[in-house]
Write a protein that binds this ligand. Sequence first.
Ligand code: PEP
Ligand code: MG
Length: 312
Amino acid sequence: EKTQKTEKTVVKTENNIVTATDIKVNVSIPEAAERAAQTGADGVGLLRIEHLVLGLNRHPQSYAEKGEQEEFIRELENGIRKVADEFYPKPVWIRTLDAPTDEFRSLEGGDREPEEHNPMLGFRGIRRDLKYTEIFEMQIKAIKKLIEKGYTNLGLMLPLIQHPKEVKQAKEMMKEHNLDLEKIDFGIMVETPAASLIIEDIIKEDIDFISFGTNDLTQYTLAVDRNNERVSGNYDERHPAVLKLIERVIEKCNEADVKTSICGQAGSYPDIVDRLVNMGITSVSANIDSVREIRKTVAKKEKQMLLDSIRK
Ligand code: PEP
Ligand code: MG
């Protein structure tokens, strides 16, 4: 059964600031859920599960090989549940496991991971989900268990999508495992230029929302390794090419009634968020420490836009 929440006063919004654009929060470890909820955020726009999984210190594939899937599923379920409880009934969008090969290698059983020249261009995100299907299955099963326990506030999003066929294939796998997509929000991360340029074809796969992963979108658009300090001067989320891709996606999604969000670092920068609201983004997910400031930024922008439209 869903954990009954005890009486807890959660600060709704600071100074009762209400925004039409939802302001959500990014959560990377379940232990941060309470602090994240206290920001008054309207939900979790990105629940990363990499820390939860890598923290087990054992390669997820090895659970499957030894027939110990249940143990892995339980760990995932418990971690996600902490966050889902804290925010219930507000939405929590869980992202499937997205760690590159180099981060898996240090785990017990991690020697199975190949050495890659460019881990950021390698075997990560949806690519891993579709190839190591056992790991994807365990994630699907953990979410299914939570749905069965009454959680109606879950979402699932797929990282690193660059073609509609990846979405199609992932959906087929979810159906095979009887994950009822009607009971969750289903979305993808837009973090490749490819996805941005053919988003109209990708959303035909029946998607509820997209979320911009601007950390990767910037890295791939500008050909700048986000982990390479020598080229960090070339890394710029405000580059016109990045903003142009984002604007195109918001436009196409708004036409098709698909929700748009952002969960990359840029969602915590007021000047960028100001522009995203202007473009018509549906929600913004910021880091815990930025939620309040971003809500103020958005409220101010919305008010200005409203006044502009009245006075026009
Ligand atoms: C992003 O790419 O912007 C993102 C949110 O995902 P990550 O930083 O985990 O790659
Ligand atoms: Mg990313």
